[in-house]
Design a protein around this ligand. Structure first.
Ligand code: AMP
Ligand code: FE
Ligand code: FE
Ligand code: ZN
Length: 331
């Protein structure tokens, strides 16, 4: 058994639909997949169907952006209940923030004399969780940049003139949100965010696992993170972070997580369901086998901090139209 536990589709910033992605994964010899779109679980139901059709096992997931101190980290949630009302309500807020952020980036581009329309970005993205890759693609399609790299390097990278910071939960809040939806929380691609020093703090915040294998991790990185995972009693995961054709070469098939890690992850997910874990008040598991399964109680989810973030963005905008009206949502 080989799994890819980090994949994006058109429901966020990947370029493929679940129906396009699943058969390709199968052709690369994978036997299990997890979908980890940014800030949405909308793709999970169609991906579950596409996996069933391709003979693949499926694990529902999500990727959340969080903050530990001053640093950005990404937290993957696995096995969460995709229909959990609290989860869906929170994700809907993150999606609104993302849509407002697109408008803000477009406004800044317009102020720089780049005549891009927000509607062009929303039409191209055609999803509820649009991001910078959609702005980059819209810039290229409108002939305003010659490549995605140029769009990022000139405008969209951190501290470039059209870059708008993204609202982030604290690590503890992101983990609590995942736990409350009966999921397991995993720190994504620690190398990418240069987060080694932050790991103990994120573990303290309730982390369950570490993405030791990732396209951007060297073999040395992977073995270092396997040691870190062992030291902190964390689950081990891995995935390609494939975004379809968004980043040039498709990455699906470049990371194949051996089955025994997947079984441990599934055990931890089962553990959360079994003991009714996930509520902020859930007690520490007293059964040592459940502790072994890698689940931890989550700190209470603080009152939402999103409203001020939304207000700040909306201040700059006279009218916030629904960017999704009239736009086809894939699936
Ligand atoms: P966002 O969530 O809107 O901040 O966008 C983050 C996405 O943009 C991630 O999928 C990144 O991998 C992608 N990204 C960041 N920098 C670049 C770049 N230079 N070229 C292409 N994609 C990028
Ligand atoms: Fe992405
Ligand atoms: Fe990420
Ligand atoms: Zn990702």
């Amino acid at each position: 058994m080989f799994a890819d536990l980090h994949l994006h589709t058109r429901f966020s910033d990947g370029t493929w639909s679940p129906e396009e992605l699943a058969p390709q994964a199968r052709r690369h010899g994978l036997t299990a997949l997890a979908l980890t779109d940014h800030d949405t679980v909308e793709g999970c139901a169609p991906m579950a169907q596409a996996c069933a059709a391709a003979g693949l096992e499926f694990i529902a997931g999500v990727e959340l952006t969080a903050q530990q101190g001053a640093d950005e980290i990404h937290i993957l949630g696995y096995g969460l209940e995709a229909g959990d009302p609290t989860l869906l309500a929170q994700l809907a807020k993150f999606q609104t923030v993302r849509q407002d952020r697109i408008r803000e980036m477009v406004l800044r581009l317009n102020e720089l004399g780049v005549p891009l329309a927000a509607e062009a970005v929303f039409a191209l993205a055609s999803c509820r969780a649009p991001g910078r890759p959609h702005v980059a693609r819209a810039l290229v399609e409108a002939g305003l940049c010659s490549s995605l790299d140029e769009a990022f390097n000139r405008f969209l990278k951190k501290n470039r003139p059209a870059w708008v910071p993204k609202f982030k939960l604290s690590a503890a809040e992101a983990i609590a949100l995942i736990h409350d939806a009966r999921g397991v929380a995993v720190l994504a691609h620690p190398v990418l965010n240069r987060t080694d020093d932050l790991i103990p703090g994120v573990v303290e915040a309730g982390l369950d696992g570490l993405e030791c294998f990732h396209t951007k991790h060297s073999a040395r990185d992977a073995s270092r993170y396997l040691e870190v995972a062992a030291r902190f009693h964390l689950l081990v995961t891995g995935g390609s972070d494939c975004h379809g054709l968004n980043k040039g070469k498709p990455l699906v098939g470049t990371v194949k997580l051996p089955g025994h890690y997947v079984e441990k992850l599934k055990g931890a997910i089962q553990g959360r369901f079994k003991k009714g874990a996930g509520t902020a008040s859930s007690p520490l598991p007293s059964d040592p086998r459940e502790q072994e399964a890698g689940t931890k109680p989550s700190p209470p989810l603080a009152p939402r901090l999103l409203e001020p973030a939304l207000g700040k963005i909306q201040e700059r905008q006279a009218v916030i139209a629904n960017p999704l009206s009239g736009v086809h949502i894939p699936g």
